[in-house]
Design a protein around this ligand. Structure first.
Ligand SMILES: Nc1ncnc2c1ncn2[C@@H]1O[C@H](COP(=O)(O)OP(=O)(O)OP(=O)(O)O)[C@@H](O)[C@H]1O
Ligand SMILES: [Mg+2]
Length: 229
């Protein structure tokens, strides 16, 4: 599904003597239906790596293949389509719109209109997803009326509304207590198991990592497979 070939990422301008070499040659292959967790110390480049996988950022060198297509060869419109239709994103700061209800927040990615499905079908899908994440009774509430864990679950439902094949989650439980973290982890594992969504999750929590999937550690700019803390 996703393949990275010797991907590097440097930050900094060419006229600056010292750049930041964040990723130093990452090669990685993720098969459909896999569940992969990336752990590593703060600042090691986890978000950078996830953004590159999700076509939100370009590598400095190396190649990123999505379903065999080299992202470097796609135009902005094709990239936007992949980001909107094929990949779901869950960020630590979930960016729910406070003035919209839970249900409306989940429907936001469908407004881009790339899809031909009817608003009614999208509405039904949103309701199903909110049931799936345990928020059937909170659909008309606003984010401000929810707990942190509930908001995070809304963000997961929103990420899934366009039926992405790949779900990228950056610290999806970063702001949650243990019980809420367990709920979100359970949800992600269930989605992978029941709906076959391919998962790539970044987390600080080793405990969570073990539960979600195959753990890899990013450290010193390289990725080590099967790392144990
Ligand atoms: N736009 C940028 N310009 C320059 N340096 C950047 C930029 N974005 C990130 N960095 C640097 O790249 C490194 C990796 O950042 P990144 O956000 O990927 O880390 P992370 O592993 O996600 O950290 P955390 O666990 O704290 O979220 C950091 O040293 C950061 O300061
Ligand atoms: Mg980060």
């Amino acid at each position: 599904m996703v393949e990275l070939v010797d991907v590097t990422k440097d930050y900094g301008q060419a006229d600056q003597p010292v750049g930041v070499h964040v990723l130093k040659g990452i090669s990685l292959k993720i098969e459909p239906g896999q569940s992969v967790v990336i752990v590593g110390p703060s600042g090691c480049g986890k978000s950078t790596l996830l953004n590159i996988i999700g076509a939100l950022d370009h590598p400095t060198s190396g190649r990123v293949l999505f379903d065999g297509r080299d992202l470097a060869g796609l135009n902005d419109r094709e990239l936007a389509r992949i980001r909107n239709r094929e990949i779901g994103f869950v960020f630590q700061l979930h960016h729910l719109l406070p003035q919209c209800t839970v249900l409306e927040n989940v429907l936001i990615p469908t407004l881009a209109g790339v899809d031909n499905s009817s608003p009614k079908a999208a509405h039904e899908r949103a309701e199903q997803l909110l049931e799936r994440v345990g928020l059937a009774d909170r659909m008309v509430h606003r984010p401000g009326e929810l707990s942190g864990g509930q908001r995070q679950r809304v963000a997961v439902a929103r990420a899934l509304i366009n039926r992405p094949k790949l779900l990228l989650a950056d610290e999806p439980t970063g702001s949650l207590d243990e019980e809420a973290s367990n709920d979100v982890a359970e949800l992600l594992v269930g989605l992978n198991r029941d709906e076959g969504v391919t998962l790539i999750v970044v987390t600080h929590s080793q405990k969570l990592a073990q539960r979600i999937g195959h753990v890899m550690e990013l450290r010193g700019g390289t990725l080590n497979d099967g790392a144990q803390a």
